[in-house]
Design a protein around this ligand. Structure first.
Ligand code: FES
Ligand code: FE2
Length: 349
């Protein structure tokens, strides 16, 4: 199940240069490239001549040339050259997709192009904000996109999956948790007050005593999760809104379905302490990356079990509240999108 009328992250900015990049998004093959003026282009990755992926081709004279028989396609998607003949068949054109560079990511619109409004791109400004140190990254994951959403909305797993990095038992046993639902948003707020800091926080925050730690998870469909996380020395007023003497980070996640069982996982870690210290950015990034690879091992193994027996029953516990709410939102939006598409098709008949 994919929601189509949304902006998704297609690539890291640095991945899209003057060489074509092929990537499957929502089950559709796409090729991304830039022309010399820096303009971004996204085409269906299938040559209309004999259906070779255009991503096997190259940019020649600022247009995309197919690797097989050399047809060339301009940014509009129209064929502009057929080697050996003057006539260009009218249907020699490829589908184009709206594409925008923002927050060091490349965003693509896979739905109805008439609805593509870049103002609707989810805010990830921390990745490009000079007041924050940040590093965006990418992982390919052999798991359905909603398994990743579930994971990020239920941070009790930190105590088990990440016990040596960002987790400890205080997260499960001593958290005050609140789940708030808006029509298109889930906010999970967790406060862990007067508890030991986890290993990673001790390293970068140099805490010597207990801390008040927060995890505020903002979910926006289809799969954007922006986590406001941090800690301050206990008793200094963080739960009341005074964040002093501590550390704050944003863990930023944009998941793009590749297929029903694989995902493009774009993520980044931003930090508000020593924002211009590149070594610190790297250090924070590496620690979180270690934790993320622990998650990837979990999603991949879950997907294996799900694929073996898709209808095997599963049990819900309290910690699933955020994930269940998110899935309800996605189900509703999917029904709405399908109904709108059906109405559109009927009107066009
Ligand atoms: S398959 Fe692309 S030019 Fe023939
Ligand atoms: Fe995790």
């Amino acid at each position: 199940m994919f929601l189509r009328n949304y902006w998704y992250v297609a690539a890291l900015d640095e991945e899209v240069r003057d060489r074509p990049l092929g990537r499957t998004i929502l089950g559709e093959p796409v090729v991304l490239f830039r022309t010399a003026d820096g303009a971004l282009h996204a085409f269906e990755d299938r040559c209309p001549h004999r259906r070779l992926p255009l991503s096997m081709g190259k940019i020649v004279d600022d247009v995309l040339q197919c690797h097989y028989h050399g047809l060339r396609f301009a940014g509009s998607g129209l064929c502009v050259r057929v080697p050996g003949q003057d006539h260009i068949p009218q249907n020699a054109r490829v589908r184009t997709y709206p594409v925008v560079a923002r927050y060091r990511w490349i965003w693509i619109w896979m739905g109805d192009p008439a609805l593509a409004d870049p103002a609707q791109i989810c805010d990830f400004h921390w990745l490009s904000d000079p007041d924050w140190g940040a590093k965006p990254s990418y992982l390919h994951v052999e798991a359905n996109w909603q398994l990743i959403v579930d994971n990020l909305l239920d941070l009790t797993h930190l105590a088990f999956v990440h016990e040596t990095t960002i987790g400890n038992m205080a997260l499960v046993e001593h958290a005050a948790v609140k789940v708030q639902r808006a029509p298109n948003n889930v906010l999970v707020t967790r406060w862990i007050v007067d508890q030991p800091a986890p290993p990673t926080f001790v390293k970068v925050g140099k805490f010597t005593g207990n801390v008040d730690r927060w995890q505020i998870i903002d979910y926006t469909p289809p799969a954007f999760l922006r986590l406001d996380v941090g800690a301050c020395p206990t008793g200094t007023g963080a739960p009341e809104g005074r964040r002093v003497g501590g550390i704050g980070m944003r863990n930023l996640n944009a998941i793009t379905p590749e297929t029903e069982t694989t995902s493009h996982y774009f993520w980044g870690q931003a930090h508000d302490f020593e924002p211009h210290n590149a070594a610190m950015t790297e250090r924070v990034f590496e620690q979180i990356k270690t934790a993320f690879l622990e998650d990837v091992a979990v999603f991949t193994a879950q997907q294996r079990m799900i694929s073996l027996k898709p209808d095997a029953p599963q049990v819900d516990i309290n910690a699933d509240a955020g994930g269940i709410q998110a899935r309800r939102i996605v189900d509703r939006l999917y029904r709405e999108e399908q109904a709108a598409a059906a109405a559109h098709a009927t009107a066009a008949e």
